[in-house]
Design a protein around this ligand. Structure first.
Ligand SMILES: NC(=O)C1=CN([C@@H]2O[C@H](COP(=O)(O)OP(=O)(O)OC[C@H]3O[C@@H](n4cnc5c(N)ncnc54)[C@H](OP(=O)(O)O)[C@@H]3O)[C@@H](O)[C@H]2O)C=CC1
Ligand SMILES: C[C@H]1O[C@H](OP(=O)(O)OP(=O)(O)OC[C@H]2O[C@@H](n3cnc4c(=O)[nH]c(N)nc43)[C@H](O)[C@@H]2O)[C@@H](O)[C@@H](O)C1=O
Length: 308
């Protein structure tokens, strides 16, 4: 049975990977940050030398929404840089031949043609609101690429997911991305019978939010069909909605009937950030969960696990 080291196992992506049916076919090892702080290079080196996994899935990260990124660029840059270089460097030192690194659509330039192809990385200035995080993700993806080119027996590949939401997401507005924030705000407004809910910005920014269960499915397919997995591959829906449309779709799912008010003092980030999914389609993977079905499943999880 193949031994898989999963970093970030207690996070949203990591928990969806561990919950996926395919996990049963592997020996899955998923230390949390108390067992293995990925910022500690010597600890990571000795852990990998001892564990000798057949493949590493790097899904750990310092991750947050636009406000968290604006608030703490230093820790978003340093933590993700340290984690990325430590896990990738330790895997190579331990002779681990396969690694799947999670990048992000934030790696793409602020102004670029949408949908965004994988070779758009580093072709333009980054989005200022999450530049630190993006720089760390780009550096780690490039490190994987350089290692694979220098020593082809090492194949370290990067998946670039669009925005994500789903079970095990962060719903605290101080850290959350837009979709979990919407679910939290509309549920609380429904409970308190609040007449209106704030939308950050004018609501015309566009986003591609994919259900995290689908990313987990793609990751396990990548483990299973690793040899013909592209070295850089976007993972997304292939379509997007405006911020306003996400609020309206969530209001229908949650049953909130109040009004929306646009708070123009709030940051809005990139105008659009939709990834080109043609490489993933050619490789044989497509997302299965619609945004509305994803909202329904996530709201169900929120009610059962978060709001109780
Ligand atoms: N969420 C999204 O919209 C998107 C996420 N991604 C990428 O997907 C990956 C996972 O994101 P997501 O699941 O949402 O993130 P979460 O914040 O939900 O989880 C992050 C995980 O990383 C772990 N972690 C953080 N710091 C350390 C550390 N110092 N040592 C060891 N583990 C650490 C956390 O463990 P602990 O709880 O113990 O701190 C947690 O398990 C990241 O690489 C992110 O960049 C890409 C695109 C979109
Ligand atoms: C995933 C990827 O993308 C992240 O960047 P982002 O997409 O800008 O993050 P976001 O989901 O927080 O915002 C999306 C949009 O939504 C609008 N918006 C409306 N109302 C709320 C709201 O209530 N909360 C939030 N957070 N946003 C809101 C908000 O104004 C913005 O226009 C990186 O941080 C980084 O994590 C990264 O890798």
């Amino acid at each position: 049975m193949k031994r898989v080291l999963l970093t970030g196992g207690t996070g949203m992506v990591g928990r969806n990977v561990a919950e996926h049916a395919a996990a049963a076919d592997y020996e899955l090892i998923a230390p949390d940050s108390r067992e293995l702080d990925l910022r500690n290079q010597s600890a990571v080196d000795s852990y990998l030398l001892k564990l000798q996994p057949d493949i590493v899935i790097h899904a750990a990260g310092r991750v947050g929404g636009i406000q968290a990124n604006i608030r703490e660029p230093v820790v978003f840059l340093l933590d993700n840089l340290d984690m990325g270089r430590n896990i990738v460097g330790a895997a190579r030192n331990a002779g681990v031949k396969r690694l799947i690194n999670l990048g992000s659509s934030c790696m793409y330039p602020r102004e670029t043609h949408n949908p965004i192809p994988e070779d758009a990385v580093l072709t333009g200035a980054l989005e200022p609101t999450n530049e630190g995080y993006a720089l760390a993700k780009i550096a780690t993806a490039r490190l994987c690429d350089y290692i694979s080119k220098e020593s082809p027996e090492y194949q370290y590949k990067t998946l670039l997911p669009c925005n994500l939401f789903g079970r095990h997401d962060k719903f605290d507005p101080r850290h959350s991305h837009m979709v979990p924030a919407i679910i939290h705000k509309l549920h609380q407004a429904k409970l308190s019978d609040a007449p209106q809910v704030d939308i950050w910005g004018d609501g015309t920014a566009r986003r591609e939010f994919m259900y995290s269960g689908d990313l987990a499915d793609c990751i396990w397919q990548a483990v299973d069909r690793f040899d013909n997995l592209p070295s850089m591959m976007n993972v997304g829906l292939g379509h997007d909605l405006t911020v306003n449309e996400y609020y309206r779709a969530a209001a229908d799912v949650i049953g909130y009937q109040g009004e929306f008010v646009h708070d123009l003092t709030k940051p809005v980030g990139m105008r659009q950030k939709m990834v080109d999914v043609s490489r993933a389609s050619a490789w044989g993977w497509q997302a299965k969960t619609s945004i509305v079905e994803g909202l329904r499943l996530t709201y169900q999880y929120y009610i059962q696990e978060i709001s109780k």
